[in-house]
Design a protein around this ligand. Structure first.
Ligand SMILES: CC(=O)SCCNC(=O)CCNC(=O)[C@H](O)C(C)(C)COP(=O)(O)OP(=O)(O)OC[C@H]1O[C@@H](n2cnc3c(N)ncnc32)[C@H](O)[C@@H]1OP(=O)(O)O
Ligand SMILES: CC(C)C(=O)C(=O)O
Length: 498
């Protein structure tokens, strides 16, 4: 069976999604989960882009072992030097360098002649080879390139030492049959292509990234690049979980396999969504909340008679266990621990009592506790070591555009109370928290959404703030009361300011 290499770029191209900036701790947490998932290569940043990204790549290169760690560069010597420096401690470093190859990009963006582009590409690959053996070359906007020129530049970089060639559909313009043809073209027309690995990298502008990637794989590509939940520049990248499960589910027919621990897919998707603040649509393939729900009578009847009538993937395969026990305020620690275990959480002995207390508080407000509630409970209340914790709050609204909030919070072991007015309840709460903590920030974004089911569904608030030195920080908080969620989210964000 042919092996397909999985190249995850959640921490590079995924982070290029509008509004996402991850700090080193957040990137490291996702990187650790990607190891559990079993990806073959992870691209973790563009080290020359900022000192923060350099630090993230360097930290991941130091901490994450047993997997290839990759950094992106332009065909610019300084980018490559910085990238090599950031990857210095990796056991298996890869430099991913490249340049645009379409007539449009070369003429209008790079303002270079095609021959100059080839020179820059060859020089970059040779320069990267001075540092690492494993050099991937990307031919940006390859889908809109002139094919003879594409063949020429790929031959040149292979001769210069590239070990993988990436043939992207940078702007998501291809259709599956055309993208398959592009990969076949490269296989049949580029000298020595069989000495390197071909990689596919697709964007989702026309909603075809997964289909195009599969067409590329069918045409002979050995590596697929994508992101968890499909996040990325503009309409996003190929969703890795979709390609992985398409290959996994149909491996007998296509004779291709992936070396992925599929049981970690749901957990990885949840973590990426929680850390980036980008929600997963409920109908999203594989990881959407409804992906394994059967709503209409004929389907339910079919599934009860034989699961396979409407189920092509068993939810357990991606780490979503079937639920046979109902959790409520009448459940005990054993049932709670059992279900959390099924959902993939390890609960230490000393965690169970505080966790159970939180569980009961929630269960008293809700009839039934769903898995989504448990994920929130685990994410926000256990082992988080949050330094600012909301203890109490009350809000009085005085007309349509004015409110007064009184907040009590715990910060560094002290319990503090203050009040503030604002142009609405949430604004007043945020101002009261700022007064107590003495931290003044700029609110860039604020969102609230329901994350569970039932009449008292949990609302999760996500706030994005910018500090005076322009660091962007995301905070989250959940409660059945949306003002409390908002307060918790704000406190969570302020807790992360150094
Ligand atoms: C398709 C992709 O996803 S590519 C990856 C995108 N990622 C990023 O852009 C990372 C974040 N970017 C950055 O931090 C900055 O843009 C930097 C550090 C890379 C460059 O910053 P600056 O030096 O200020 O350049 P700026 O961004 O204004 O313009 C890009 C320059 O690189 C050139 N360039 C673009 N791509 C390449 C390339 N692959 N190889 C060589 N040169 C390139 C452009 O032509 C332009 O050159 P010019 O200034 O001579 O016109
Ligand atoms: C940098 C390259 C690989 C890229 O992201 C693209 O072409 O979309």
């Amino acid at each position: 069976m042919r092996k397909l290499y999985i190249f995850d770029t959640t921490l590079r191209d995924g982070e290029q999604s509008l509004g996402i900036t991850l700090n080193v701790h957040e990137k490291l947490e996702i990187a650790r989960q990607l190891v559990k998932l079993g990806v073959d290569i992870m691209e973790v940043g563009f080290p020359a882009s900022s000192p923060g990204d350099f630090e993230s790549v360097q930290t991941i290169a130091k901490e994450i072992k047993g997997i290839t760690i990759c950094g992106l560069t332009r065909c610019v010597q300084k980018d490559i030097d910085v990238c090599a420096e950031s990857l210095k401690y990796s056991e298996s470093p890869r430099i991913h360098t490249g340049i645009a190859v379409s007539p449009l990009h070369m003429a209008k963006k790079l303002r270079l002649q095609p021959e100059q582009v080839i020179e820059a590409a060859v020089a970059a690959v040779k320069h990267a080879k001075k540092y690492v053996h494993d050099v991937e070359f990307y031919a940006e906007d390859a889908f809109r390139s002139d094919r003879p020129f594409l063949a020429k530049i790929l031959e040149s970089v292979i001769a210069a030492g590239a070990t993988t060639v990436n043939i992207p559909d940078t702007v998501g313009y291809a259709t599956p049959w055309e993208y398959g043809e592009l990969i076949s073209f490269a296989k049949n027309n580029v000298k020595n292509i069989d000495t390197v690995r071909i990689s596919v990298h697709c964007h989702n502008d026309l909603g075809m990234a997964t289909a195009n990637s599969l067409a590329g794989i069918a045409a002979g590509a050995e590596q697929i690049e994508g992101t968890i939940n499909g996040i990325g520049e503009r309409a996003g990248n190929t969703s890795l979980e979709e390609v992985i499960m398409a290959i996994y589910t149909r491996k007998q027919q296509y004779n291709i396999d992936v070396n992925i621990n599929t049981k970690e897919i749901a957990a990885t998707s949840r973590l990426v969504s929680a850390i980036t603040g980008v929600p997963v649509p409920s109908h999203k393939a594989i990881v959407g909340a409804n992906a394994f729900m059967h709503a209409s009578g004929i389907h339910q009847d079919g599934v009860l008679k034989e699961k396979q009538t409407y189920e092509i993937i068993e939810p357990e395969t991606i780490g979503v266990p079937r639920n046979e026990i109902v959790l409520s305020a009448r459940s005990g620690r054993a049932a709670l621990k059992h279900r959390l275990g099924e959902l993939g959480y390890t609960v230490e002995k000393e965690q169970i009592d505080p966790l159970y207390a939180e569980f009961l508080k929630l269960a008293d407000k809700k009839k039934e506790i769903y898995d989504e509630d448990l994920h929130v409970l685990m994410g926000f209340n256990v082992g988080g070591g949050k330094r600012i914790q909301i203890k109490n709050l009350s809000v009085v609204t005085n007309g349509v555009a004015s409110a007064t909030a009184t907040v009590t919070l715990e910060q560094a072991g002290e319990t503090l109370t203050d009040a503030a007015t604002g142009n609405g309840p949430v604004d007043a709460v945020f101002k009261a928290i700022e007064r107590i903590t003495g931290k003044t920030v700029r609110l860039i974004d604020y969102q609230i959404r329901s994350v569970s089911r039932g009449s008292e569904a949990l609302g999760t608030a996500t706030v994005k703030i910018a500090t005076a030195d322009h660091h962007v920080i995301i905070g989250r908080g959940s409660s059945t009361d949306i003002i409390e969620s908002s307060a918790k989210a704000y406190a969570d964000a302020l807790s992360k300011i150094n």
